[in-house]
Design a protein around this ligand. Structure first.
Ligand SMILES: [Zn+2]
Length: 403
């Protein structure tokens, strides 16, 4: 059985990974071994439990099904993770590195190529193999229901490479992936759709997303409205002629209509009662947690960040609010953490940025393929834009990749 544990504020929820809309950055549970105990440790940190026993008691009460599955799997070694994870969680340093686990045989070369450790890759492993399989199936190299894994993908990739006259190293790197998905992307012809946001100051009340992303956004927006919250907007779709500045990535997925920005001053900049969001460092140390104020939500105590010419601690705040970051995650949208220099440059904070990772495949999706997927762009046009220099960049890769 495949499921995920997610926490919303203080509550616990379990999701089935078969529902692609909620496939996100959290770890899968149910596979004995590496990613199982990491997931369990993260869960433990997420709910603020200080001991494994406390976490287990809560898990047993709130998700007995998961608890039973964990018990029947290999016993995780909590001691191994405790020191590292808590040290980072307490510092709350966004963008922390995870401790490298041992990758299954067959994956070492791929991980080396992408310059990521297995702990970084593991949460995406199932989606990576499915996404790779789908592309290979499109080229008739494997069947659409073939299960690819660490032992088998190299051979399938090699078959594709030899069919296309590429050098046969069995590694789905930038050039091989591009050969696999260029035509597929050009044929997608995805449109863009205007979607609603809430009026706040001079922020937008509508913005534009790619049609498949807009569909997920509609569900997200309805959910947030139901909870008495709001979505402010600083826009989403970005013109390919927009200038690249410090807080603007050259490989921004905004160019493909896959990301949205909340209004950057609707949270963190100051902490006022009327403002929609309060931002704190993610207790698991991976970026930000954005709280959305709502009269309908339970009161929570928040230790927020604020801005006084630089990032600093704000006054402890108690108010009705729900964990907006978590709701975004549940609908397939992920945050990205701050960019370098964020302590002193507001535009690098990126607490407002959410991208729809449910429509992307880690270590497969390429920046140029996402641009080419839009009906408004063709390759001849894109080749003339500065963004095209990054068209082979692979999603989540640290080897000239994009995040
Ligand atoms: Zn953004």
């Amino acid at each position: 059985m495949a499921f995920e544990i997610r926490t919303t504020g203080d509550a616990l929820a379990v999701y089935h990974t078969e529902t692609p809309a909620i496939a996100g950055p959290l770890e899968r549970l149910g596979t004995p071994g590496g990613d199982l105990d990491i997931a369990r440790t993260r869960y433990w940190i997420d709910i603020g439990a200080r001991t494994a026993a406390a976490a287990d008691a809560r898990l047993r009460a709130e998700a007995p099904e998961v608890f039973t599955a964990l018990e029947s799997a290999e016993a995780p070694d909590f001691a191994e993770y405790e020191a590292d994870d808590f040290a980072d969680a307490e510092q709350g340093e966004p963008g922390r590195k995870t401790r490298a686990g041992e990758p299954p045989a067959g994956l070492e070369r791929l991980l080396r190529y992408h310059r990521v450790d297995y702990d970084t890759f593991a949460p995406h492993e199932a989606r990576f193999f499915e996404g790779l399989r789908d592309l290979l199936a499109l080229h008739g190299v494997v069947s659409a229901d073939e299960q690819l894994g660490p032992d088998s993908f190299g051979e399938a990739v090699e078959a594709f490479q030899s069919k296309k006259g590429l050098s046969t190293d069995g590694l789905p790197g930038r050039d091989t992936l591009w050969a696999m998905q260029r035509d597929w992307a050009a044929d997608r012809e995805l449109g863009t759709v205007r979607v609603p946001a809430d009026k706040w100051g001079d922020a937008y009340d509508r913005f534009t997303l790619r049609e498949d992303v807009a569909e997920l956004y509609e569900g997200l927006y309805a959910d947030i409205q139901r909870r008495g919250g709001q979505i402010t907007s600083a826009g989403s779709f970005r013109s390919l002629s927009a200038t690249v500045s410090k807080g603007r990535s050259k490989t921004s997925i905004h160019y493909a209509g896959v990301a949205l920005d909340l209004a950057p001053y609707s949270g963190l900049a100051r902490i006022r009662e009327g403002d929609p969001y309060i931002v704190e460092r993610d207790p698991a140390g991976r970026g930000w947690r954005v709280w959305c104020r709502s009269g309908a939500a339970t009161e929570v105590q928040i230790g927020p960040q604020t801005w006084k010419g630089k990032l600093c601690d704000g006054p402890e705040t108690t108010c009705g609010a729900f964990d907006l970051s978590e709701i975004f995650r549940q609908h397939g949208f992920a945050d990205i953490g701050p960019r370098r220099g964020y302590e002193k440059t507001y535009s690098c904070l990126e607490w407002w940025h959410f991208q729809c990772e449910a429509v992307l495949v880690p270590f497969v999706s390429q920046f140029g393929a996402e641009l080419l997927s839009l009906d408004r762009y063709d390759e001849a046009f894109l080749k003339k834009t500065p963004a095209w220099a990054y068209h082979r960049s692979v999603f989540k890769s640290r080897n000239r990749g994009w995040h």
